[in-house]
Design a binder for this molecule. Sequence first.
Ligand code: HXC
Length: 260
Amino acid sequence: MSYNNLLVEVEDRVVFLTINRPRALNALNDQTFEELRHFFSTGYRECGDFHGVLLTGAGDRAFVAGADIKEFLDVAEQGNGEQLSRRGQEVFFLIERFHRPVIALVNGFALGGGCELAMACHLRVATENASFGQPEVNLGIIPGYGGTQRLNQYIGKGKTMELILTGDRIGAEEAHRLGLVNYTLPRDEAREKALELLRVIGSKGPVAVAQSIRLVNAYYGGDEGFHAESAAFGETAKTEDFREGASAFIEKRIANFRGK
Ligand code: HXC
């Protein structure tokens, strides 16, 4: 199994899955999404019998800094924002519904689609330098990979509203205090903790583990909110503000939004 943007290594029955675009802070471009889809739908079968997956980002700055904003001008051109959002949601559902535990080792920025990816994992262990946020408003759009739904599940309505409306980032300590991450630890300890969790879960009955994942997810019900999010993302992606927000990021300047 060979991917361009994902590294897959198996050691002691743990799959180490690393998003490997460090120069773009591991931003999720189109190809990375397709590779994640491939791994979590069929590719994992080539890894033999494993306890679980440790998902992280390459380098020491970022887990994932979001969807690849440099592909956004094409999205604005093609008007396919709703499909883009749906595709990402589908890939993240594959992770959330995976039969083995997927633990995010959040080793830096987890922003936008990166925060949404971490939230789709079953557990999150953060390093002390990690930060989290849904900065889509800065680009004139909204979260589109489940952020409006899952952030509520982890931290409740008040703080979700604040983070999504302001686009502010929070540090790893606060993310821990709010319940967004399970543990915040120094770098080496964080990795050890994630591996220990995988070892512990790996010693349990695999059928019980798979059913537990399924049932904890079932508590949160249907996909209605996710569909509404995709449709709304599609609407915001048709605005001039979206084009302006993406251009401003690429040109390294402040966006000038006009509400249309
Ligand atoms: C593409 C990105 C990127 C991204 C960073 N880079 N984030 N490229 N997409 N999301 C690139 C930068 O352009 C730059 O490349 C390099 O990575 C290093 O980033 P810098 O900005 O120079 O680093 P720094 O000043 O330290 O700032 C780090 C940062 C900032 C705070 C993380 O990069 C940032 O704000 N990134 C965008 C975060 C974001 O808005 N994420 C949400 C995206 S929307 P060059 O070539 O210039 O050196 C999203 C929506 C999902 O995820 C829903 C869709 C349906």
